[in-house]
Design a protein around this ligand. Structure first.
Ligand code: SF4
Length: 199
């Protein structure tokens, strides 16, 4: 990685770590910036906000939902989670695991945009309603839009269910949501394979 890109990452990390642009700075334990390869990163996964486990550890998607995400990627698509960059739309935990509000999303959006600018992924995956609606500026709910490839500034974007949603489902609803997610992760794998074959 070039010295300039390294310095840009260092600067961005220090800006996020010391950020007080929204009220979430008052209640966070740790800022959760994101993790994954910062060089030749094909795919970025964007969730909603850190939960309790993430807030305590400072790492993204380490709780039950994160473990399910790893399983979905690896068992469903043969995609190693550590080959992807994983982050959230906001970098600090909303108390009580509330959805981040528009003010918080707006305050944090420069950081997400800077991450995407530095990573230059070929593919983005948004998990759940919050990050999908925020990036695509759509009112379409995740149930209707998931699995359909979209574009975010010329980058292919695939909305998928958030793993927390899958954990909340039971019975037939759970089976159906898992089957749809299974289909989506296969679609993601096919897209990543297509990109690899073009290189
Ligand atoms: S959520 Fe984002 S904007 Fe708000 S304090 Fe944390 S880093 Fe700053």
């Amino acid at each position: 990685m070039s010295i300039e890109i390294n310095s840009a990452w260092d600067l961005l990390k220090s800006q996020i770590e010391s950020c007080r642009k929204c009220d979430l700075c008052e209640t966070r334990t740790n800022v959760v910036i994101g993790e994954g390869p910062t060089e030749n990163c094909k795919c970025v996964i964007i969730g909603e906000a850190p939960g309790e486990d993430e807030d305590l550890s400072g790492h993204p998607f380490v709780g039950r939902a994160g473990q399910l995400l790893t399983k979905i990627l690896e068992n469903g698509g043969g995609i190693k989670r550590d080959s992807l960059y994983v982050t959230n739309a906001v970098k600090c935990r909303p108390p009580g695991n509330k959805d981040p509000n528009t003010g918080q999303l707006t305050a944090c959006s420069d950081f997400l945009e800077a991450q995407l600018l530095l990573l230059q992924p070929s593919v983005i995956v948004t998990l759940g309603n919050i990050s999908t609606k925020w990036l695509l500026k759509t009112s379409a709910g995740i149930t209707s839009i998931r699995g359909q490839w979209q574009k975010w500034r010329k980058i292919d974007l695939l909305p998928m269910f958030h793993p927390s949603y899958l954990l909340r489902q039971t019975g037939d609803a759970e089976r159906k949501a898992k089957q749809l997610t299974w289909n989506d992760v296969k679609s993601l794998k096919a897209k990543l394979d297509e990109l690899n074959n073009k290189e």
